[in-house]
Design a protein around this ligand. Structure first.
Ligand code: AQP
Length: 339
């Protein structure tokens, strides 16, 4: 069992990152250990170069992201926690895979279409080839399980296509190089939506702070954001079909269900018929309870730069070691001569 996943240090991680991905990092690190496998979680700092960024902020965000992940329960003794920039094999393998990936495949990626919008010509090449780096990230370690939110499912399918084509083109039939990775998507909270618009996903890059709950928000801020979350005038329905066409109501119910482990049907059974005035404080309290220990741990860790850098350096050394066999085999399969 090889678990591999990444998160961009492009801002403060939010509830969508937590419920969609980080909760599963913590769960799978234990499962991998029990199965005698490994768990690799990396900060996708090379991916962060695909959009305009401030170098000083990237450095701060990278360390803060390590502190947040550890505060959420990612244990550097169980998980190989590192940043891409310290493991050049990610960029090297991406270049090797650029020969296999097809323009048509990348052109179909919805994240590319969404982020580029009408200004495709003005985007960085890194944004276009982002999914090839992502393929390299997971193929380098022969990932079997890739815990991600639903927005990354298409990129994982592309990683499988790249792996399959490379295996077909350059490897003997009975000795494929790359393992085809499987996405591991949480059924309950695969896509948490913005608190300001239930039709777009909660995102670090949304200009409105009110659109997301950051994992480091304090109790007052959480309550304020939930109180101001967009809703409609109807009371909550008693059954799931009553959430149709009510994106904001569905989002708040989904969040509460994921936080408490109760099914959507049970939550609606309990709160159906009530207005948001009654439900929002319940949701806010549940969030405060879950995020309080994370927040406290983050505050303890965040300023210890030496300790955070040591976690990354240790993880990177292990990641470099684990990546070597696959990278070497990829060079060889392509016929490249190296000393
Ligand atoms: N809203 C979401 N609901 C569920 N899962 C989500 N993820 C992100 N947003 C949601 C999952 O979190 C992991 C890390 O994401 P990322 O930071 O590497 O990339 P992202 O998807 O680009 O996240 P953001 O917040 O939207 O960042 P920006 O705004 O910088 O692009 C991934 O597994 C992702 O699926």
């Amino acid at each position: 069992m090889r678990v591999v996943s990444g998160i961009q240090p492009t801002g403060k991680p939010h509830l969508g990152n937590y419920l969609g991905a980080i909760v599963n990092y913590v769960k799978l690190q234990d499962e991998a250990q029990a199965a005698g496998g490994e768990c690799f979680i990396f900060l996708a700092d090379l991916h962060a170069l695909s959009q305009a960024h401030d170098p000083a902020e990237l450095t701060v965000n990278t360390r803060e992201m390590v502190a947040t992940l550890v505060a959420c329960g990612v244990d550097p003794m169980k998980t190989i926690l590192f940043n891409q920039a310290q493991v050049p094999a990610h960029a090297e393998l991406q270049w090797l895979l650029n020969g296999t990936a097809r323009m048509g495949w990348l052109n179909r990626m919805t994240q590319w279409k969404d982020k580029a919008g009408k200004n495709r010509e003005g985007q960085s090449i890194a944004l276009f080839t982002y999914p090839v780096l992502q393929a390299a990230d997971v193929l380098l370690y022969q990932a079997t399980h890739v815990p991600v939110g639903e927005d990354q499912k298409q990129h994982l399918e592309l990683a499988r296509d790249i792996a399959q084509k490379f295996n077909n083109d350059f490897c003997p039939e009975d000795a494929p190089l790359f393992t085809l990775p499987e996405p591991y998507i949480p059924p309950a909270a695969a896509r948490i939506m913005s608190l300001r618009d239930g039709t777009v996903k909660m995102s670090k890059s949304d200009p409105s702070e009110m659109s997301r709950i950051s994992l480091t928000d304090d109790a007052d801020t959480i309550m304020k954001k939930i109180k101001k979350a967009k809703t409609d005038a109807e009371p909550l329905p008693s059954e799931e079909k009553g959430l149709e066409g009510r994106a904001e109501a569905r989002n708040l119910i989904t969040i509460y269900s994921a936080l408490t482990g109760k099914s959507v049907a049970d939550v609606l059974g309990e709160y159906g018929g009530q207005g948001f005035g009654g439900f929002k404080p319940v949701l806010g309290e549940a969030l405060v309870e879950i995020l309080r220990p994370i927040n406290a741990r983050f505050m303890e860790l965040k300023d210890d730069q030496e300790a955070l850098d040591a976690i990354l350096a240790r993880g990177a050394a292990k990641a470099r070691e684990h990546g070597i066999p696959t990278l070497d085999a990829a060079y060889k399969a392509l016929g490249l001569v190296r000393g």
